[in-house]
Design a protein around this ligand. Structure first.
Ligand code: 13P
Ligand code: SF4
Length: 306
């Protein structure tokens, strides 16, 4: 833990490095509060992908996990993308490999592959289109054909399947942070806070989604809460989102469904790792050109949808 002096010193160092590198700092909504606070942009996966196509900075400093920085690198081959903690991965993205997707495509040759961005670049390269939690339904509805192979998140894929008329084949991946949330725990939270609205992420189990008032990406939750006249909310996603929720709505109350809604990889980035990464210009994320070009087609198709 840094004391106040060290904290201020590290923040000043980051500001100086940002200037000298001509960098922009982007952070996901699950990052630590102090990391979100030094970022130029904080957002969900879709917003961060869009921001990375519109900034003019030479260097993108990504406070998040590898698949997010890879998406930034796929979209910006001319810029340097630094991941603020080299070991920050995603357990869900690790559940699918290039070999897996090739096998599944052979098994379902008529299905159009829709790939959640929480996946390796090699898997995006084998997919027709990407989606995020914010646009999964719209993306799936837009693709050609009557059958979709949805990878790697079975829960988001299931949620999408309940909203569209096409057949959806589910790959068995999941996010352990959201999978941990059980319907009984949601019921308990509701009984403790009967006036609260229940907002859950589509990475949650179908039985949890069935109990929710709204199913939303992280930034959609932020917008929803701001616009809602209600004052209490039960939140079914990673605890990092509470920082933005509380900052933007100091008069409202937020309750996590359980105590352990924590993504270990999202928490690997600290102010020290941000400063160190920028100073040493390390953890440069690149994607081999042949994979990048094919993955970019899938990401571009998604970004072309309004
Ligand atoms: P969103 O912020 O896009 O909803 O993503 C959630 C997530 O699990 C990212 O790892
Ligand atoms: Fe991956 Fe889940 Fe962590 Fe997001 S919260 S990075 S999906 S493990």
């Amino acid at each position: 833990m840094m004391n106040t002096d060290e904290l201020e010193k590290t923040k000043r160092k980051i500001a100086e490095l940002k200037e000298s590198l001509g960098a922009v700092i982007v952070a996901h909504n699950y990052q630590r509060p102090e990391v979100q606070d030094i970022a130029d942009y904080v957002g969900d996966s879709l917003e961060l992908s869009r921001i990375c196509t519109s900034v003019s900075a030479r260097t993108i400093v990504f406070c998040g996990v590898r698949f997010m920085a890879e998406t930034a690198a796929i979209l910006n081959p001319e810029r340097t993308v630094l991941l603020t903690e080299g070991g920050a991965g995603c357990a869900m993205a690790d559940m699918i490999s290039a070999n897996d997707i090739k096998k599944w495509r052979q098994r379902y040759p008529r299905a159009t592959v829709v790939c959640y961005v929480n996946s390796p670049a090699e898997v995006k390269a084998e997919s027709y289109i990407c989606c995020t939690s914010a646009n999964g339904v719209a993306v799936a509805a837009s693709v050609p054909g009557e059958e979709i192979l949805f990878v790697p998140d079975q829960n988001l894929g299931h949620y999408v399947s309940t909203k569209i008329e096409k057949g959806v084949i589910l790959y068995p991946g999941y996010c352990y942070v959201h999978q941990r949330i059980r319907p009984q725990q949601v019921e308990l939270a509701k009984s403790r806070h009967p006036k609260a609205e229940v907002l859950v992420h589509p990475e949650c189990r179908p039985e949890v989604i069935a109990l929710a008032d709204a199913v939303l990406s992280t930034s959609q939750m932020l917008r929803y809460v701001k616009a809602s006249p209600r004052r209490e909310f039960i939140i079914g996603t990673e605890e990092g989102l509470l920082h933005g929720l509380r900052k933007q709505n100091p008069e409202k109350s937020f309750y996590l469904v359980t105590k352990n809604q924590v993504c270990a990889d999202m928490k690997k980035t600290t102010l020290e790792t941000v400063a160190r990464t920028m100073e040493r210009q390390e953890n440069v994320v690149t994607v081999p050109e042949e994979i990048r070009l094919r993955a970019k087609q899938a990401v571009d198709r998604m970004l072309a949808l309004k």
